[in-house]
Design a binder for this molecule. Structure first.
Ligand SMILES: [Ca+2]
Ligand SMILES: [Ca+2]
Length: 547
Protein backbone atom coordinates (compact mmCIF):
# COMPACT_ATOMS: atom_id res chain seq x y z
CA UNK A 1 0.00 0.00 0.00
CA UNK A 2 1.38 3.38 -0.95
CA UNK A 3 1.56 5.97 1.83
CA UNK A 4 3.51 8.81 0.28
CA UNK A 5 2.61 11.54 2.79
CA UNK A 6 5.49 11.08 5.20
CA UNK A 7 8.30 10.36 2.73
CA UNK A 8 7.33 13.25 0.47
CA UNK A 9 8.57 15.84 2.95
CA UNK A 10 11.90 14.10 3.23
CA UNK A 11 12.43 14.03 -0.47
CA UNK A 12 11.30 17.58 -1.03
CA UNK A 13 14.03 18.74 1.33
CA UNK A 14 16.52 16.43 -0.31
CA UNK A 15 15.48 17.73 -3.70
CA UNK A 16 16.10 21.36 -2.76
CA UNK A 17 19.56 20.58 -1.42
CA UNK A 18 20.19 18.39 -4.43
CA UNK A 19 19.30 21.14 -6.84
CA UNK A 20 22.01 23.48 -5.62
CA UNK A 21 24.61 20.70 -5.59
CA UNK A 22 23.58 19.57 -9.07
CA UNK A 23 24.15 23.09 -10.38
CA UNK A 24 27.57 23.13 -8.75
CA UNK A 25 28.44 19.78 -10.32
CA UNK A 26 27.25 20.89 -13.73
CA UNK A 27 29.42 23.97 -13.47
CA UNK A 28 32.38 21.72 -12.63
CA UNK A 29 31.71 19.42 -15.57
CA UNK A 30 30.88 16.42 -13.34
CA UNK A 31 27.71 14.52 -12.62
CA UNK A 32 25.62 12.05 -14.49
CA UNK A 33 23.70 14.24 -16.89
CA UNK A 34 24.09 14.61 -20.60
CA UNK A 35 27.48 16.29 -20.45
CA UNK A 36 29.64 13.47 -19.04
CA UNK A 37 33.33 12.83 -19.53
CA UNK A 38 34.73 11.74 -22.88
CA UNK A 39 37.95 10.38 -21.34
CA UNK A 40 38.70 6.73 -20.49
CA UNK A 41 36.00 5.08 -18.42
CA UNK A 42 36.77 4.26 -14.75
CA UNK A 43 37.08 0.66 -13.67
CA UNK A 44 34.47 -0.89 -11.39
CA UNK A 45 35.56 -3.06 -8.49
CA UNK A 46 33.53 -6.24 -8.95
CA UNK A 47 35.90 -8.50 -7.01
CA UNK A 48 33.96 -11.32 -5.42
CA UNK A 49 34.11 -11.44 -1.60
CA UNK A 50 33.64 -14.75 0.20
CA UNK A 51 32.24 -14.86 3.72
CA UNK A 52 34.89 -15.02 6.45
CA UNK A 53 33.37 -14.20 9.83
CA UNK A 54 36.08 -12.82 12.14
CA UNK A 55 33.80 -13.62 15.10
CA UNK A 56 32.56 -11.32 17.81
CA UNK A 57 33.12 -10.74 21.50
CA UNK A 58 29.70 -9.15 22.00
CA UNK A 59 27.01 -10.93 23.97
CA UNK A 60 23.76 -11.67 22.12
CA UNK A 61 21.81 -9.00 24.04
CA UNK A 62 23.82 -6.17 22.45
CA UNK A 63 21.22 -6.25 19.68
CA UNK A 64 18.50 -5.20 22.11
CA UNK A 65 20.17 -1.83 22.51
CA UNK A 66 19.73 0.89 23.17
CA UNK A 67 21.58 2.12 20.11
CA UNK A 68 22.83 5.60 19.38
CA UNK A 69 22.33 6.86 15.84
CA UNK A 70 25.47 8.84 14.98
CA UNK A 71 26.21 11.23 12.13
CA UNK A 72 30.02 10.90 12.10
CA UNK A 73 30.44 14.25 10.30
CA UNK A 74 28.70 15.96 13.23
CA UNK A 75 29.94 13.98 16.24
CA UNK A 76 33.56 14.86 17.00
CA UNK A 77 36.34 16.36 14.91
CA UNK A 78 39.82 15.14 15.86
CA UNK A 79 42.05 17.17 13.53
CA UNK A 80 40.58 20.68 13.42
CA UNK A 81 39.22 20.60 9.87
CA UNK A 82 35.70 21.19 11.14
CA UNK A 83 34.45 17.76 10.07
CA UNK A 84 33.75 14.94 12.47
CA UNK A 85 35.75 11.78 11.89
CA UNK A 86 36.28 8.20 13.03
CA UNK A 87 39.18 9.06 15.36
CA UNK A 88 36.97 11.69 16.98
CA UNK A 89 34.24 9.10 17.49
CA UNK A 90 36.74 6.67 19.01
CA UNK A 91 37.53 9.37 21.56
CA UNK A 92 33.84 9.53 22.53
CA UNK A 93 33.23 5.80 22.98
CA UNK A 94 33.66 6.05 26.75
CA UNK A 95 30.86 8.62 26.79
CA UNK A 96 28.62 6.27 24.79
CA UNK A 97 29.46 3.32 27.05
CA UNK A 98 28.69 5.43 30.13
CA UNK A 99 25.38 6.48 28.57
CA UNK A 100 24.57 2.77 28.45
CA UNK A 101 24.26 2.07 24.72
CA UNK A 102 25.25 -1.34 23.37
CA UNK A 103 25.21 -0.42 19.69
CA UNK A 104 25.90 2.51 17.39
CA UNK A 105 24.41 3.03 13.93
CA UNK A 106 26.66 5.20 11.78
CA UNK A 107 25.00 7.11 8.94
CA UNK A 108 26.94 6.31 5.74
CA UNK A 109 30.69 6.20 6.24
CA UNK A 110 31.28 5.04 2.68
CA UNK A 111 32.91 7.44 0.24
CA UNK A 112 30.23 9.75 -1.12
CA UNK A 113 29.58 12.34 -3.78
CA UNK A 114 27.34 14.57 -1.64
CA UNK A 115 30.08 15.49 0.84
CA UNK A 116 27.51 15.65 3.63
CA UNK A 117 24.99 12.94 4.63
CA UNK A 118 26.74 10.28 2.57
CA UNK A 119 23.73 8.65 0.92
CA UNK A 120 25.17 9.28 -2.58
CA UNK A 121 27.75 6.49 -2.37
CA UNK A 122 30.63 6.73 -4.84
CA UNK A 123 32.63 3.75 -3.49
CA UNK A 124 30.98 0.91 -1.58
CA UNK A 125 34.28 -0.46 -0.29
CA UNK A 126 36.04 2.69 0.91
CA UNK A 127 35.68 5.07 3.85
CA UNK A 128 34.74 8.70 3.22
CA UNK A 129 38.20 10.36 3.13
CA UNK A 130 37.17 13.17 5.49
CA UNK A 131 36.19 10.53 8.07
CA UNK A 132 39.45 8.59 7.92
CA UNK A 133 40.65 5.27 6.55
CA UNK A 134 39.73 1.60 6.67
CA UNK A 135 42.37 1.28 9.39
CA UNK A 136 40.54 3.95 11.41
CA UNK A 137 37.32 2.00 10.97
CA UNK A 138 39.00 -1.21 12.12
CA UNK A 139 40.28 0.68 15.17
CA UNK A 140 36.78 1.99 15.88
CA UNK A 141 35.24 -1.49 15.70
CA UNK A 142 37.93 -2.91 17.98
CA UNK A 143 37.57 -0.08 20.50
CA UNK A 144 33.76 -0.33 20.43
CA UNK A 145 33.80 -4.08 20.95
CA UNK A 146 36.15 -3.63 23.90
CA UNK A 147 33.37 -1.56 25.48
CA UNK A 148 30.57 -4.01 24.65
CA UNK A 149 29.30 -1.85 21.80
CA UNK A 150 28.44 -3.17 18.32
CA UNK A 151 28.91 -1.08 15.18
CA UNK A 152 26.18 -1.01 12.52
CA UNK A 153 26.74 0.98 9.33
CA UNK A 154 24.31 2.42 6.80
CA UNK A 155 24.07 0.59 3.49
CA UNK A 156 22.41 2.10 0.43
CA UNK A 157 21.28 -0.64 -1.94
CA UNK A 158 18.71 1.35 -3.89
CA UNK A 159 20.96 3.86 -5.60
CA UNK A 160 24.55 4.97 -6.02
CA UNK A 161 26.10 8.33 -6.70
CA UNK A 162 26.09 9.43 -10.34
CA UNK A 163 29.87 9.64 -9.98
CA UNK A 164 30.08 5.96 -9.02
CA UNK A 165 32.25 4.22 -11.67
CA UNK A 166 29.46 1.77 -12.52
CA UNK A 167 27.09 4.61 -13.41
CA UNK A 168 29.73 6.58 -15.28
CA UNK A 169 30.16 3.46 -17.41
CA UNK A 170 26.43 2.78 -17.73
CA UNK A 171 25.70 6.36 -18.72
CA UNK A 172 28.47 6.42 -21.34
CA UNK A 173 26.30 4.71 -23.92
CA UNK A 174 23.65 2.09 -24.51
CA UNK A 175 26.16 -0.61 -25.43
CA UNK A 176 28.26 -0.32 -22.25
CA UNK A 177 28.58 -3.53 -20.22
CA UNK A 178 27.24 -1.80 -17.08
CA UNK A 179 24.17 -0.36 -18.83
CA UNK A 180 21.87 -2.94 -17.23
CA UNK A 181 23.16 -2.14 -13.72
CA UNK A 182 20.88 0.90 -13.78
CA UNK A 183 17.47 1.66 -15.26
CA UNK A 184 17.53 3.34 -18.66
CA UNK A 185 14.89 4.09 -21.26
CA UNK A 186 15.54 5.25 -24.81
CA UNK A 187 12.55 7.57 -24.68
CA UNK A 188 11.18 9.40 -21.66
CA UNK A 189 8.53 7.26 -19.93
CA UNK A 190 5.32 9.08 -19.06
CA UNK A 191 2.94 8.91 -16.15
CA UNK A 192 5.53 8.74 -13.38
CA UNK A 193 5.42 10.85 -10.23
CA UNK A 194 7.38 9.87 -7.12
CA UNK A 195 7.17 12.09 -4.02
CA UNK A 196 5.83 14.77 -6.33
CA UNK A 197 8.64 14.64 -8.89
CA UNK A 198 9.43 13.04 -12.25
CA UNK A 199 12.04 10.31 -11.57
CA UNK A 200 13.29 10.15 -15.18
CA UNK A 201 16.43 12.17 -15.89
CA UNK A 202 18.16 12.98 -19.11
CA UNK A 203 21.35 10.92 -19.63
CA UNK A 204 23.96 10.87 -22.39
CA UNK A 205 21.74 8.50 -24.37
CA UNK A 206 18.13 8.28 -23.29
CA UNK A 207 16.85 8.64 -19.76
CA UNK A 208 17.76 7.10 -16.43
CA UNK A 209 15.65 6.50 -13.34
CA UNK A 210 16.60 8.54 -10.25
CA UNK A 211 13.63 9.44 -8.04
CA UNK A 212 15.59 10.91 -5.09
CA UNK A 213 18.01 13.17 -6.94
CA UNK A 214 19.44 13.34 -10.46
CA UNK A 215 22.82 12.57 -8.87
CA UNK A 216 21.51 9.40 -7.20
CA UNK A 217 20.53 6.95 -9.99
CA UNK A 218 18.61 3.84 -8.91
CA UNK A 219 20.26 0.47 -9.42
CA UNK A 220 18.44 -2.16 -11.49
CA UNK A 221 17.80 -4.64 -8.68
CA UNK A 222 16.08 -7.05 -11.04
CA UNK A 223 19.62 -7.70 -12.35
CA UNK A 224 21.03 -10.54 -10.24
CA UNK A 225 24.60 -9.44 -11.05
CA UNK A 226 23.92 -6.17 -9.21
CA UNK A 227 22.30 -7.94 -6.27
CA UNK A 228 25.20 -10.37 -6.00
CA UNK A 229 27.64 -7.46 -6.12
CA UNK A 230 25.79 -5.81 -3.22
CA UNK A 231 26.13 -9.06 -1.27
CA UNK A 232 29.88 -8.97 -1.99
CA UNK A 233 30.00 -5.39 -0.68
CA UNK A 234 28.13 -6.42 2.48
CA UNK A 235 30.55 -9.29 3.06
CA UNK A 236 33.44 -6.84 2.58
CA UNK A 237 32.30 -4.97 5.71
CA UNK A 238 31.16 -8.03 7.67
CA UNK A 239 34.56 -9.64 7.14
CA UNK A 240 36.13 -6.59 8.80
CA UNK A 241 34.02 -7.17 11.90
CA UNK A 242 31.16 -4.75 11.21
CA UNK A 243 28.19 -5.95 13.29
CA UNK A 244 25.37 -5.25 10.88
CA UNK A 245 23.62 -2.72 8.72
CA UNK A 246 20.86 -0.17 8.59
CA UNK A 247 19.33 -0.43 5.11
CA UNK A 248 18.23 2.80 3.50
CA UNK A 249 14.98 3.24 1.53
CA UNK A 250 13.98 -0.41 1.32
CA UNK A 251 10.50 0.60 0.15
CA UNK A 252 12.05 1.89 -3.08
CA UNK A 253 14.24 -1.02 -4.16
CA UNK A 254 12.27 -2.32 -7.17
CA UNK A 255 9.78 -0.54 -9.40
CA UNK A 256 7.16 -2.27 -11.55
CA UNK A 257 5.46 0.73 -13.11
CA UNK A 258 4.18 4.23 -12.47
CA UNK A 259 1.48 2.89 -10.15
CA UNK A 260 3.67 0.18 -8.58
CA UNK A 261 6.89 1.78 -7.39
CA UNK A 262 6.78 1.37 -3.62
CA UNK A 263 6.94 -1.63 -1.26
CA UNK A 264 6.88 -4.12 -4.12
CA UNK A 265 6.98 -7.86 -3.37
CA UNK A 266 10.51 -8.05 -4.77
CA UNK A 267 11.73 -5.65 -2.04
CA UNK A 268 10.77 -8.09 0.70
CA UNK A 269 12.40 -10.96 -1.18
CA UNK A 270 15.61 -8.94 -1.65
CA UNK A 271 15.84 -8.07 2.04
CA UNK A 272 14.92 -11.60 3.12
CA UNK A 273 17.77 -12.90 0.97
CA UNK A 274 20.18 -10.40 2.54
CA UNK A 275 19.09 -11.48 6.01
CA UNK A 276 19.55 -15.16 5.14
CA UNK A 277 22.98 -14.50 3.68
CA UNK A 278 24.13 -12.54 6.75
CA UNK A 279 22.64 -14.84 9.36
CA UNK A 280 23.79 -17.91 7.48
CA UNK A 281 27.45 -16.88 7.39
CA UNK A 282 27.94 -14.47 10.31
CA UNK A 283 27.16 -14.78 14.02
CA UNK A 284 25.39 -12.25 16.23
CA UNK A 285 24.74 -9.53 13.61
CA UNK A 286 21.89 -6.97 13.58
CA UNK A 287 19.99 -5.72 10.54
CA UNK A 288 17.40 -2.94 10.55
CA UNK A 289 15.45 -1.48 7.64
CA UNK A 290 14.11 1.96 6.85
CA UNK A 291 10.69 1.38 5.29
CA UNK A 292 8.65 4.37 6.45
CA UNK A 293 5.37 3.51 4.73
CA UNK A 294 5.39 -0.23 5.59
CA UNK A 295 7.35 -0.59 8.85
CA UNK A 296 5.58 -3.63 10.28
CA UNK A 297 5.74 -5.48 6.96
CA UNK A 298 9.51 -5.07 6.61
CA UNK A 299 10.38 -6.38 10.08
CA UNK A 300 10.10 -10.11 9.25
CA UNK A 301 12.12 -9.72 6.05
CA UNK A 302 14.87 -7.58 7.60
CA UNK A 303 14.97 -8.85 11.18
CA UNK A 304 14.20 -5.37 12.46
CA UNK A 305 12.56 -2.28 11.00
CA UNK A 306 12.07 1.20 12.35
CA UNK A 307 8.68 1.82 13.95
CA UNK A 308 7.76 4.85 11.83
CA UNK A 309 4.54 6.40 13.09
CA UNK A 310 5.06 5.24 16.68
CA UNK A 311 7.43 8.14 17.35
CA UNK A 312 4.67 10.72 16.83
CA UNK A 313 2.41 8.79 19.24
CA UNK A 314 5.17 8.79 21.86
CA UNK A 315 5.43 12.57 21.66
CA UNK A 316 1.66 13.13 21.77
CA UNK A 317 1.26 10.67 24.63
CA UNK A 318 3.87 12.53 26.65
CA UNK A 319 1.89 15.71 26.01
CA UNK A 320 -1.13 14.07 27.66
CA UNK A 321 -3.11 13.09 24.54
CA UNK A 322 -5.33 10.22 25.75
CA UNK A 323 -5.89 8.79 22.27
CA UNK A 324 -2.14 8.69 21.64
CA UNK A 325 -1.60 6.99 25.00
CA UNK A 326 -4.08 4.31 23.92
CA UNK A 327 -2.14 3.90 20.66
CA UNK A 328 1.17 3.62 22.51
CA UNK A 329 -0.36 1.00 24.82
CA UNK A 330 -1.73 -1.00 21.87
CA UNK A 331 1.36 -0.84 19.65
CA UNK A 332 3.04 -4.04 20.81
CA UNK A 333 -0.26 -5.95 20.87
CA UNK A 334 0.37 -6.38 17.14
CA UNK A 335 3.91 -5.12 16.46
CA UNK A 336 6.82 -7.53 16.94
CA UNK A 337 9.36 -6.85 19.69
CA UNK A 338 11.76 -6.94 16.74
CA UNK A 339 10.77 -3.39 15.84
CA UNK A 340 13.30 -0.62 16.39
CA UNK A 341 11.88 2.44 18.13
CA UNK A 342 12.89 6.09 18.29
CA UNK A 343 11.72 9.58 19.18
CA UNK A 344 13.18 11.14 16.01
CA UNK A 345 16.07 10.64 13.60
CA UNK A 346 18.15 12.51 11.00
CA UNK A 347 15.25 12.99 8.57
CA UNK A 348 12.80 15.84 9.07
CA UNK A 349 9.96 13.72 7.68
CA UNK A 350 10.22 11.72 10.94
CA UNK A 351 9.91 14.88 13.03
CA UNK A 352 12.00 17.74 14.34
CA UNK A 353 14.51 17.17 17.12
CA UNK A 354 12.61 16.11 20.25
CA UNK A 355 13.41 19.30 22.18
CA UNK A 356 11.87 21.32 19.35
CA UNK A 357 8.80 19.10 19.24
CA UNK A 358 8.34 19.58 22.99
CA UNK A 359 9.22 23.26 22.67
CA UNK A 360 11.46 23.06 25.69
CA UNK A 361 9.00 21.17 27.92
CA UNK A 362 11.50 18.91 29.60
CA UNK A 363 8.99 17.14 31.85
CA UNK A 364 7.13 15.83 28.80
CA UNK A 365 10.41 15.04 27.05
CA UNK A 366 11.48 12.79 29.92
CA UNK A 367 8.21 10.87 29.84
CA UNK A 368 8.50 10.22 26.10
CA UNK A 369 12.07 9.01 26.54
CA UNK A 370 11.17 6.70 29.42
CA UNK A 371 8.25 5.26 27.47
CA UNK A 372 10.24 4.10 24.46
CA UNK A 373 13.34 3.16 26.44
CA UNK A 374 11.25 0.84 28.64
CA UNK A 375 8.81 -0.55 26.06
CA UNK A 376 9.65 -3.62 23.95
CA UNK A 377 11.68 -3.10 20.79
CA UNK A 378 15.24 -1.95 20.20
CA UNK A 379 15.43 1.78 21.05
CA UNK A 380 17.56 4.12 18.93
CA UNK A 381 18.68 7.41 20.49
CA UNK A 382 19.45 10.08 17.90
CA UNK A 383 22.80 11.64 18.89
CA UNK A 384 22.30 14.61 21.20
CA UNK A 385 18.73 13.57 22.06
CA UNK A 386 19.99 12.54 25.49
CA UNK A 387 21.07 16.12 26.21
CA UNK A 388 18.03 17.77 24.60
CA UNK A 389 19.79 19.29 21.60
CA UNK A 390 17.58 21.53 19.49
CA UNK A 391 18.03 22.03 15.78
CA UNK A 392 20.02 24.97 14.46
CA UNK A 393 17.96 28.16 14.58
CA UNK A 394 19.45 29.38 11.31
CA UNK A 395 18.73 26.25 9.30
CA UNK A 396 15.70 24.36 8.01
CA UNK A 397 14.95 20.95 6.55
CA UNK A 398 17.23 18.03 7.27
CA UNK A 399 20.42 20.08 7.90
CA UNK A 400 18.67 21.70 10.87
CA UNK A 401 18.61 18.28 12.58
CA UNK A 402 22.21 17.37 11.73
CA UNK A 403 24.22 19.93 13.71
CA UNK A 404 27.52 19.31 15.52
CA UNK A 405 27.19 17.52 18.85
CA UNK A 406 27.06 19.88 21.82
CA UNK A 407 29.86 18.68 24.05
CA UNK A 408 30.49 21.95 25.91
CA UNK A 409 29.11 25.45 25.95
CA UNK A 410 30.48 27.81 23.33
CA UNK A 411 32.77 29.47 25.90
CA UNK A 412 35.60 27.21 24.76
CA UNK A 413 34.96 27.26 21.01
CA UNK A 414 32.54 25.36 18.81
CA UNK A 415 30.70 23.47 21.53
CA UNK A 416 33.66 21.15 21.99
CA UNK A 417 33.05 19.66 18.55
CA UNK A 418 36.09 21.09 16.78
CA UNK A 419 39.07 23.34 17.40
CA UNK A 420 38.46 24.75 13.92
CA UNK A 421 35.40 26.08 12.12
CA UNK A 422 32.46 23.65 12.30
CA UNK A 423 31.03 22.52 8.96
CA UNK A 424 27.55 23.59 10.04
CA UNK A 425 25.85 25.89 12.52
CA UNK A 426 25.63 24.70 16.12
CA UNK A 427 22.49 23.64 17.94
CA UNK A 428 20.34 26.57 19.09
CA UNK A 429 20.59 25.62 22.78
CA UNK A 430 24.25 24.61 22.97
CA UNK A 431 24.92 27.11 25.76
CA UNK A 432 22.87 25.21 28.37
CA UNK A 433 22.14 21.85 26.78
CA UNK A 434 25.57 20.31 26.39
CA UNK A 435 27.28 17.25 27.82
CA UNK A 436 29.70 19.10 30.10
CA UNK A 437 26.98 21.16 31.78
CA UNK A 438 24.51 18.31 32.13
CA UNK A 439 27.02 15.77 33.39
CA UNK A 440 27.59 18.08 36.36
CA UNK A 441 23.86 18.42 37.16
CA UNK A 442 22.37 15.53 39.13
CA UNK A 443 18.85 16.11 37.79
CA UNK A 444 19.75 16.84 34.17
CA UNK A 445 18.12 15.26 31.14
CA UNK A 446 21.38 13.42 30.47
CA UNK A 447 21.28 11.83 33.90
CA UNK A 448 17.60 10.96 33.38
CA UNK A 449 18.52 9.06 30.22
CA UNK A 450 21.36 7.31 32.03
CA UNK A 451 19.10 6.33 34.91
CA UNK A 452 16.30 4.98 32.69
CA UNK A 453 18.77 3.06 30.52
CA UNK A 454 20.43 1.64 33.64
CA UNK A 455 17.05 0.36 34.88
CA UNK A 456 16.41 -1.23 31.51
CA UNK A 457 19.80 -2.91 31.38
CA UNK A 458 19.64 -4.13 34.99
CA UNK A 459 16.49 -6.20 34.43
CA UNK A 460 16.23 -8.86 31.71
CA UNK A 461 12.45 -8.36 31.57
CA UNK A 462 13.08 -4.78 30.43
CA UNK A 463 16.15 -5.45 28.33
CA UNK A 464 14.83 -8.34 26.28
CA UNK A 465 11.48 -9.31 27.77
CA UNK A 466 8.38 -10.04 25.71
CA UNK A 467 5.28 -7.87 25.70
CA UNK A 468 2.73 -9.29 28.15
CA UNK A 469 0.07 -6.61 28.41
CA UNK A 470 -0.46 -2.87 28.28
CA UNK A 471 -3.33 -0.67 29.36
CA UNK A 472 -4.18 3.01 28.99
CA UNK A 473 -6.55 4.83 31.32
CA UNK A 474 -7.07 8.55 30.89
CA UNK A 475 -3.62 10.07 30.86
CA UNK A 476 -1.87 7.04 32.34
CA UNK A 477 -0.16 3.99 30.87
CA UNK A 478 0.87 0.72 32.44
CA UNK A 479 2.55 -2.19 30.75
CA UNK A 480 4.15 -5.48 31.68
CA UNK A 481 7.05 -7.36 30.14
CA UNK A 482 8.51 -10.73 31.00
CA UNK A 483 11.72 -12.70 30.63
CA UNK A 484 11.92 -16.12 32.23
CA UNK A 485 10.23 -15.80 35.61
CA UNK A 486 10.91 -12.07 35.89
CA UNK A 487 7.96 -9.76 35.30
CA UNK A 488 8.46 -6.00 34.99
CA UNK A 489 5.64 -3.53 35.57
CA UNK A 490 5.98 0.03 34.25
CA UNK A 491 3.55 2.78 35.22
CA UNK A 492 3.64 6.23 33.64
CA UNK A 493 1.46 9.17 34.62
CA UNK A 494 1.49 11.71 31.78
CA UNK A 495 -1.06 13.89 33.55
CA UNK A 496 -0.40 16.94 35.69
CA UNK A 497 -2.24 15.55 38.72
CA UNK A 498 -1.70 12.54 40.97
CA UNK A 499 -3.13 9.32 39.49
CA UNK A 500 -3.95 5.82 40.71
CA UNK A 501 -2.61 3.31 38.20
CA UNK A 502 -3.75 -0.29 38.26
CA UNK A 503 -2.03 -3.47 37.19
CA UNK A 504 -3.38 -7.01 37.28
CA UNK A 505 -2.40 -10.54 36.35
CA UNK A 506 0.37 -10.50 38.96
CA UNK A 507 1.26 -13.26 41.47
CA UNK A 508 -1.36 -13.27 44.24
CA UNK A 509 -0.07 -11.87 47.53
CA UNK A 510 3.37 -11.27 46.01
CA UNK A 511 5.48 -8.14 46.16
CA UNK A 512 6.31 -5.63 43.45
CA UNK A 513 9.90 -4.69 44.16
CA UNK A 514 10.71 -1.07 43.45
CA UNK A 515 13.21 -0.55 40.61
CA UNK A 516 12.67 3.15 39.82
CA UNK A 517 12.88 5.82 41.07
CA UNK A 518 15.47 5.06 43.75
CA UNK A 519 13.24 6.77 46.32
CA UNK A 520 10.29 4.47 45.49
CA UNK A 521 9.00 1.77 47.80
CA UNK A 522 7.81 -1.81 47.30
CA UNK A 523 4.10 -2.52 46.80
CA UNK A 524 2.14 -5.53 48.01
CA UNK A 525 0.03 -7.42 45.46
CA UNK A 526 -3.47 -8.34 46.65
CA UNK A 527 -5.03 -11.79 46.74
CA UNK A 528 -6.52 -11.22 43.30
CA UNK A 529 -3.11 -10.48 41.74
CA UNK A 530 -3.76 -6.74 41.39
CA UNK A 531 -2.21 -3.51 42.60
CA UNK A 532 -3.28 0.10 42.60
CA UNK A 533 -0.38 2.52 42.90
CA UNK A 534 -0.49 6.25 43.48
CA UNK A 535 1.80 7.81 40.88
CA UNK A 536 2.75 11.51 41.14
CA UNK A 537 2.15 13.86 38.18
CA UNK A 538 4.41 13.43 35.15
CA UNK A 539 6.40 10.60 36.64
CA UNK A 540 7.43 7.00 36.09
CA UNK A 541 7.38 3.96 38.37
CA UNK A 542 9.09 0.69 37.55
CA UNK A 543 8.73 -2.56 39.52
CA UNK A 544 9.83 -6.14 39.11
CA UNK A 545 8.48 -9.34 40.59
CA UNK A 546 9.15 -13.05 40.36
CA UNK A 547 6.53 -15.40 38.97
CA1 LIG B 1 38.13 15.97 11.03
CA1 LIG C 1 14.67 1.58 -6.84
Amino acid sequence: MSMPTLPSRRHLHGRLAALSLALLLTACGGGGGSGGSTGPLPSVDTTAVAAADPGTTLDADWRKGPFAEIFVRAYQDSNGDGIGDLQGLIGRLDYLRDLGVTGIWLMPITKSQDGDHGYAVSDYRAVEPGYGTLADLDALVSAAHARGIGVVVDYVMNHSAAQHPAFVNANSGSSNAFRDWYIFSASKPSGWSIYGGDPWRSGREGYYFAPFWDQMPDFNLKNTTVVNWHHDNLRFWLNRGIDGFRFDAVGNLVENGPAAWENQAENFTLMGNVRQMVNGSYANRFLVCEGPSAPLQFQPACGSAFAFGHQYKLVSAAQGDAAAIRDVAAYFDTASAGMSTMLSNHDSFAGQRAMDQFNGNEAQYRLAAATYLLQPGTPFIYYGEEIGMRGAGSLSGDPKLRTPMSWTSTNTGAGGFTSGTPFRALSANVAAYNVQTQAAQTNSLLNWYKAIIAVRQAHPALRRGIHVSAAAAGTTLSFQRQDGNQRAVVMINYGTGNALINASGLPANGVLTNAFPPSGTDVNIDAGGSVSVSVPPQSVRVFVTSL
